[in-house]
Design a protein around this ligand. Structure first.
Ligand code: FNR
Length: 188
């Protein structure tokens, strides 16, 4: 199996983000043929079409980071039943200028954790709609709506519940398979 580099987005800017913990857990259980690099979103200005003629360094760095990976993984909270503004802003930057959409045909997956039992289900539907328009090739199954409890997830990404760890391992294995399928048909 080929090796692929996955760029992952953490949709939260919180210093105590449970989604960042989830991202750490995912990296721990991912198959060996997946390498990971975080694509940071924190320092992006708010997007405006006024930047299209000349992107600032933060916008250019974002687009170069996505161009440098084989696939993208979104690990995000749900904010008010939708996508956190910081993440939507990053997606808007990456999708422009018109005709230079960084997500075109890119293999992608979404996952998220919440303290409530809804597990970001509604936010993920919102994110999926945006990624559809951006023409990303999303993994549609398995879905993963993670109910976060500190008993199950250690801060370093260790998972203390066997069935949860197995679920996440299977999710990442399936994502690896999805990346392989997409890139076989649509090489980057
Ligand atoms: C939330 N939270 C939340 N949770 C949820 O399940 N559905 C929601 O719509 C929202 N909305 C929401 C809006 C805003 C502005 C905040 C700050 C929070 C709670 C959220 O799941 C919780 O704060 C998580 O800890 C957020 O994830 P991170 O930032 O810890 O990764």
């Amino acid at each position: 199996m080929s090796t692929y580099t996955v760029g992952y987005f953490v949709g939260s800017l919180s210093s105590t983000s449970i989604n960042r913990v989830l991202a750490k857990a995912l990296l721990r259980v991912a198959p060996d043929n997946l390498d990971f690099v975080e694509i940071p979103i924190r320092n992006l200005p708010l997007y405006s079409p006024d930047y299209d003629a000349q992107y600032p360094p933060e916008g250019t760095a974002l687009k170069e980071a996505i161009a440098g990976v084989d696939a993208v993984l979104f690990v995000s909270p749900e904010y008010n039943r939708s996508i956190p503004g910081a993440l939507k802003n990053a997606i808007d930057w990456a999708s422009r200028p018109w005709g230079q959409n960084s997500f075109d045909h890119i293999p992608a997956a979404v996952i998220g954790a919440s303290i409530g039992s809804i597990g970001t289900a509604v936010g993920q539907q919102s994110l999926r709609a945006v990624l559809s328009f951006c023409n990303a090739r999303q993994m549609t199954a398995p879905e993963a709506y993670i109910h976060f409890t500190p008993e199950v997830f250690g801060e370093d990404g260790t998972v203390h519940n066997e069935s949860t760890e197995e679920f996440l391992r299977n999710y990442m294995t399936e994502f690896g398979n999805h990346i392989h399928r997409v890139l076989t048909v649509l090489p980057r």
